[in-house]
Design a protein around this ligand. Structure first.
Ligand SMILES: Cc1cc2nc3c(=O)[nH]c(=O)nc-3n(C[C@H](O)[C@H](O)[C@H](O)COP(=O)(O)O)c2cc1C
Length: 192
């Protein structure tokens, strides 16, 4: 396969499109678009988010030690994008976007009621990378829309309908079709 080199940059990594909900020490709630989000450990269940250090969300997380990662569905693309255009210092983004916040099970940062999947986290680590702060969040609870469960109690990805962000291209996509079962598709190549 012939390749072109792009040099050291960030481009075309498919990423989840999430809104991080947080609350300041004074009780002001915020929502921020974040795509640099990833699961990093199963035990303890932990995810990472990378935030530019001037984000209001970063200040809120440092102040309260909590945040919630809300996976955004395709039909809320405009609201999700809006929360990446404006800082909570300038606007009450949830109210303007018509989004609804609920108290979380463990307190602190609220849940976004409109998102089909909410991941409640407690700040458990931090690392500086240039202007960014890689934050680790121990997962305290996951809330999934009841309607997303099929008859066999497994989660139907199509019901979650997550937005996918293509960094570098600055485009939102939806999931395509299911291709194959994981941890099984490659078994044909194992020694018999
Ligand atoms: C698609 C998209 C993804 C984004 N991902 C991140 C991210 O992962 N980390 C980050 O620091 N900013 C990210 N941003 C920018 C913030 O969402 C934006 O600066 C926001 O206004 C910060 O809000 P706050 O000051 O209320 O926290 C993203 C923006 C968009 C549109």
């Amino acid at each position: 396969m012939k390749k072109r080199q792009l040099g050291p940059c960030i481009t075309f990594f498919p990423q989840p499109m999430t809104l991080i909900s947080s609350v300041s020490a004074a009780g002001d709630k915020d929502l921020m678009a974040a795509s640099w989000v990833s699961v990093v450990s199963k035990t303890p269940p932990t995810l990472s988010v990378s935030l530019q250090h001037q984000r209001q969300t970063y200040a809120n997380i440092l102040a309260t030690g909590t945040f919630t990662v809300n996976v955004m569905p395709v039909h809320l693309v405009e609201q999700a994008d809006y929360c990446g255009l404006v800082s909570g210092r300038q606007a009450d983004k949830a109210t303007i976007a018509g989004l609804h916040l609920l108290p979380a099970k463990h307190g602190g940062a609220p849940l976004l009621a409109d998102a089909p999947l909410n991941v409640e986290c407690r700040l458990s680590g931090e690392m500086a990378i240039g202007e960014y702060r890689l934050l680790l969040g121990e997962i305290l609870e996951i809330h999934v829309a009841a309607a997303a469960f099929g008859a066999d109690d497994s989660i139907d990805a199509a019901a979650i309908d997550p937005l996918v962000y293509l960094g570098g291209l600055r485009q939102y996509w939806s999931l395509g079709r299911k291709v194959a079962p994981a941890y099984q598709a490659g078994r044909r190549l194992l020694p018999q």
